[in-house]
Design a protein around this ligand. Structure first.
Ligand SMILES: Nc1ncnc2c1ncn2[C@@H]1O[C@H](COP(=O)(O)OP(=O)(O)OP(=O)(O)O)[C@@H](O)[C@H]1O
Length: 745
């Protein structure tokens, strides 16, 4: 047995079979607040009552019961899952005093990830939910006020003090309006401090963050062909960028706190952490559910008091493509999709909770059960995707006899760390298999994001269990917060760039939901630049008539690529202040005075300093002066020429990057292609099953067949897009080969 304790959490790890199980000291949940600057520090937890489990209402799925309740038709559940355990086998705390168990306690232990359209929300109303600057009043930083009537099983359900109809609708509309101002997808980046190992290896901190917490720069050290070092700057803009000194409390205020009220408004909210192994995902995610629970309970007990709401807690992990219940001794669960493409986790235990202490205990229990292992970058690496869900439900007609309906849900997903193949050479076979599985699911997630980004009709959510679960995070009335965790060390540069590009991609999904955000999202500079941000910023305010397509064009493989409209007219040294003394050599400054007059790729002098961004800039400045266009046609034509040259420039002038990009894209395309075909087969198989089921007298086979046809034609379109991109890719590869041959002696 191997055990290790980390500095941050006092977490202990034990090897058990092929996976470890985490154990957490009580401290870990407090510890994250020890650096709290937001008032109350770590006290808020200590003020909680120390009662034990508060009658957790364990509910399990019963297919029989569900079928009886909902009728068989339309169901597409293939489960042979265990039925609800006999009452006698359950702890006494779960039984009613009388010994009777109401049917509602046997509510389907099924996580219906899409059951949001079932509840009329006109009676869910919070007075002044958004009225105060903080929806949680002055209670932040304290425990739940126990003087408030707590929510329990037989409270005032059905006797809710409803507000008069007209008042209610106005208020609901206002709340909805305010909810609309919360970004649909928020992307926050968090940088962790250098750890001991990195310091010992004398690795440098290569991330700088702008004081306004929006801009982030990665300073990548690269080698020229003559082996001289230079620094390439990669600048990014996100909704928020949190530096290493930002506490978990501040992180909570920035990320989850704004979306908590949304889950009372029929919204699915998801917060997930993404990043390379050891970048701080678990550290970041662990404190959040508890803080959120506190706020949810407070809202339930105050703003939504007497509305008959209940809070349910579940916690499961996806390990090796399989789903395990972390609150039920890692019992294996099945995920099923019903006829309405609603994803359900069959047999998942849900606990009804009414105080933070219970939730804390459940979180600890789940975390201790989670699979962990050791990777090159993290001794105690999460080898699974952990999903913790807080669901708000409401009893139907105030009756305990009917299963409660989901009003809203908040999911926390701690994704397993991404690893490059090159990082896994030290790992044992099991760890490598885990790594491959993790990477596969993260790739599937990327494919979904790519598909959403391209507005494809079919989103390949079925690519992995993870994407099936995340499906509702991206669809319909949802709010998503992605926290990208990055390591600051020079040794992790490639990983960090990958994470940031991934985050940028997710960010672009929020386009349309908020025009302001769109602007900032489009503005990310993914490639190195010799121009300071300020020299590019004014371009963003150019009027629409200046032809947006000329500014942003679709990258050759679907990425939106920013093109600078007006070439920077001056050269800056991209090496950050204070770095000149170190081993980072200012490459650009050596060449800043050079300028070439060539305007076509053929004329580029590739013999000397061919990778110099400054030369590029000055060349562009000479070739395509921004002012002086006589009319719109000329301007557009010139911009198109400029775009073409810059694109060629970007693509050609850094062959190493280009080759890597091309190879990555090729790999992605091939995998995507194969997956498309597999998915088509899956869909056809599913549909055939449906057809078999439907092939009963009286059923309408025609509608099934027409649905099948629609899906097939959507698939054909998807594959058509892929082929077009593949052709484009091949053209690029040809161009690249031409460039490579020009280097040949
Ligand atoms: N912001 C931070 N401040 C201080 N320490 C941190 C921070 N983020 C992470 N750490 C520390 O870095 C180590 C790795 O963090 P963590 O386990 O959260 O990484 P991870 O991304 O979840 O890794 P994996 O994907 O392998 O599970 C831990 O010891 C953690 O305490």
């Amino acid at each position: 047995m191997k055990a290790a304790t980390t500095a941050a959490g006092g977490r202990q790890m034990q090897r058990s079979g092929h996976h470890h199980q985490r154990q957490y000291s009580d401290q870990f949940l407090f510890e994250s607040h020890s650096s709290n600057t937001g008032g109350g520090g770590g006290k808020w937890m200590h003020s909680l009552p120390t009662s034990g489990l508060n009658v957790p209402q364990q509910v399990e799925y019963s297919r029989m019961l569900r079928r009886a309740q909902r009728g068989v038709s339309g169901e597409f559940l293939l489960s042979t899952e265990p039925l609800t355990p006999p009452i006698s086998s359950r702890p006494s705390s779960q039984r009613k005093a009388s010994g009777d168990v109401s049917p509602s306690e046997l509510s389907p232990g099924i996580l219906d990830l899409h059951s949001f359209d079932t509840e009329l929300l006109s009676d869910i109303r919070a007075s002044g939910l958004y009225d105060s600057p903080t929806p949680f009043g002055n209670a932040r930083g304290r425990g739940i006020d126990e003087s408030e009537p707590s929510f329990s099983g037989n409270n005032q359900i059905g006797k809710a003090s409803f507000i008069p109809e007209n008042d209610l609708s106005t208020s609901f509309a206002a709340d909805k309006d305010k909810l609309g101002s919360v970004a649909k997808i928020k992307v926050v980046v968090r940088k962790r401090p250098l750890n001991k190992k990195e310091k010992a290896k004398k690795e440098e901190d290569i991330i700088t963050i702008d004081h306004n917490r929006k801009f982030l720069t990665v300073h990548e050290t690269k080698l020229k062909v003559d082996l001289t070092e230079y620094v390439e700057k990669h600048e990014f803009v996100f909704d928020a960028v949190l530096d290493e000194d930002v506490s978990n409390d501040e992180l909570y205020h920035e990320t989850v706190e704004p979306i908590v009220p949304a889950i009372f408004q029929r919204t699915k909210a998801t917060c997930f952490a993404y990043g390379q192994t050891g970048s701080g995902k678990t550290y970041t995610m662990q404190p959040l559910p508890l803080r959120a629970s506190q706020d949810i309970l407070r809202l339930m007990n105050r703003a939504y008091r007497n509305q008959g709401l209940q809070l349910f807690f579940s916690f499961f992990e996806i390990y090796g493509g399989k789903v395990y219940d972390l609150l039920s001794d890692r019992r294996k669960l099945c995920m099923r999709e019903d006829g309405k493409q609603q994803v359900c986790i069959v047999g998942l235990q849900e606990f009804r909770v009414s105080n933070v202490e219970t939730i804390r205990e459940l979180i600890e229990k789940g975390n201790a059960t989670r699979s962990t292992g050791t990777t090159g970058a993290n001794e105690e690496s999460s080898r699974s995707h952990a999903i913790l869900q807080l669901a708000i439900k409401k009893l139907v007609d105030g009756s305990e006899l009917k299963p409660a309906r989901v009003i809203g849900k908040l999911s926390f997903i701690d994704l397993a760390g991404s690893e490059r193949g090159a990082d896994t050479t030290d790992n044992d076979k099991q760890t490598r298999i885990e790594g491959a599985e993790i990477n596969k699911s993260l790739l599937a997630l990327k494919e979904c994001i790519r598909a959403l980004d391209n507005d494809q009709t079919h989103i390949p959510f079925r690519g992995s269990k993870l994407t099936e679960v995340l499906r509702d995070s991206f669809m319909g009335n949802s709010r998503t917060v992605m926290i990208s965790c990055i390591s600051p060390s020079s040794g992790s540069c490639e990983h960090t760039l990958n994470t940031l590009r991934y985050a940028d991609r997710v960010k672009s999904l929020s386009k349309g939901s908020n025009p302001k955000k769109e602007l900032s999202a489009s503005f990310n500079i993914r490639e190195s630049t010799a121009a300071p941000l300020s020299s590019v910023l004014p371009n963003l305010s150019m009027p629409e008539s200046s032809n947006n397509e000329a500014t942003y064009e679709s990258h050759r493989f679907g990425w939106t690529k920013q093109i600078q409209k007006v070439p920077p007219s001056f050269i800056v040294d991209p090496v950050p202040t204070g770095r000149e003394d170190g081993k980072l050599v200012s490459f650009y400054s050596n060449h800043s005075s050079k300028s070439r007059g060539s305007s076509t790729p053929e004329e580029y002098d590739l013999s000397d300093g061919a990778y110099e961004p400054d030369n590029r800039s000055s060349r562009k400045a000479e070739s395509y002066p921004a002012p002086g266009f006589e009319n719109k046609t000329q301007r557009v034509a010139a911009q198109a020429r400029q775009r073409k040259a810059i694109d060629v420039d970007n693509n050609f002038l850094n062959p190493d990057n280009d080759l890597n990009d091309l190879l990555k894209e090729e790999e992605d395309l091939v995998i995507a292609h194969r997956r498309q075909v597999e998915e088509t087969m899956d869909i056809i198989r599913d549909e055939m099953k449906l057809l078999e089921e439907a092939d009963q007298p009286g059923n309408q086979l025609d509608s099934y067949i027409s649905r099948l046809n629609t899906i097939l034609s959507q698939k054909a379109t998807g594959i058509g897009h892929l082929q077009a991109r593949l052709a484009h890719f091949q053209k690029r590869l040809l161009e690249y080969n031409v460039l490579v041959s020009s280097f040949a002696p």
